[in-house]
Design a protein around this ligand. Structure first.
Ligand SMILES: CSC[C@@H](O)[C@@H](O)C(=O)COP(=O)(O)O
Ligand SMILES: [Zn+2]
Length: 206
């Protein structure tokens, strides 16, 4: 790990955090985000736990290793959900992992929670997930919100089958990851759009 890489990745993550904060995507200190700093060994910056993520400070992120253990001296604790980030960084191409709680993603995860997935069809934005065919269908898994984080991470890990993806956690939020910050961001934003659309549609009784 070279210092410019560390600083550049920190800044990239900090910018993203500011953007999500403006959208109110970190309500009540919820949400956590991370970015890969090194591949060999695996090291990534993850948001510190329990902070007001609408504010920018020099303690916003901490460096952790492939197991989610602190790789630097700090008084901060890594996100309580660091183990979910650990799951995606097992894939060498993954560069970024994002987790947010929104009302729309929570309601959709509850409505479709029993069936374990939600589908979207006939929507332009499913192209953000690489689905370009006219009748393509996007399926997003919904997992149970286990209180025990290692159990939650294990369940989540079963759905990390590609270098980019999205998983809803029932009545909790969503985690998206990708080969770049843009790819992870694109998916989490697109899913939020699709969840809001589906809810609006249902509200209108259509
Ligand atoms: C305070 S509610 C949110 C937490 O329980 C958790 O789900 C979350 O997303 C944020 O935890 P954090 O440890 O700050 O990364
Ligand atoms: Zn969470």
């Amino acid at each position: 790990m070279t210092l410019p890489t560390y600083t550049e990745r920190w800044e990239e993550l900090a910018e993203l955090k500011d953007q999500f904060a403006v959208r109110d995507w970190f309500m009540g200190t919820s949400g956590n985000i991370s970015i890969r700093v090194s591949s060999s060994p695996t090291l990534f910056l993850v948001s510190a736990s329990g902070k007001d993520k609408t504010k920018r400070t020099h303690q916003d992120f901490v460096l952790v290793d492939e197991n989610g253990a602190l790789a630097q001296e700090t008084v901060e604790r890594p996100s309580a959900e660091t183990l979910l980030h650990v799951e995606v960084y097992k894939r060498q191409e993954v560069k970024c992992s994002l987790h947010v709680h929104t009302v729309a993603n929570n309601v959709i995860s509850e409505i479709y929670g029993d069936q374990g997935y939600v589908t979207f069809k006939g929507q332009e934005l499913i192209k953000a997930f690489g689905l370009w065919e006219e009748d393509a269908e996007l399926t997003i898994p919904i997992i149970k919100n286990y209180a025990d984080i290692p159990t939650l991470a294990k369940e989540f890990g079963k759905h990390v089958k590609e270098d980019a993806g999205t998983v809803l956690i029932r009545n909790h939020g969503v985690t998206a990851w990708g080969r770049s910050v843009l790819e992870a961001k694109k998916q989490i934003e697109a899913l939020e759009f699709l969840c809001q659309y589906k809810l609006e549609f249902r509200k209108l009784g259509l």
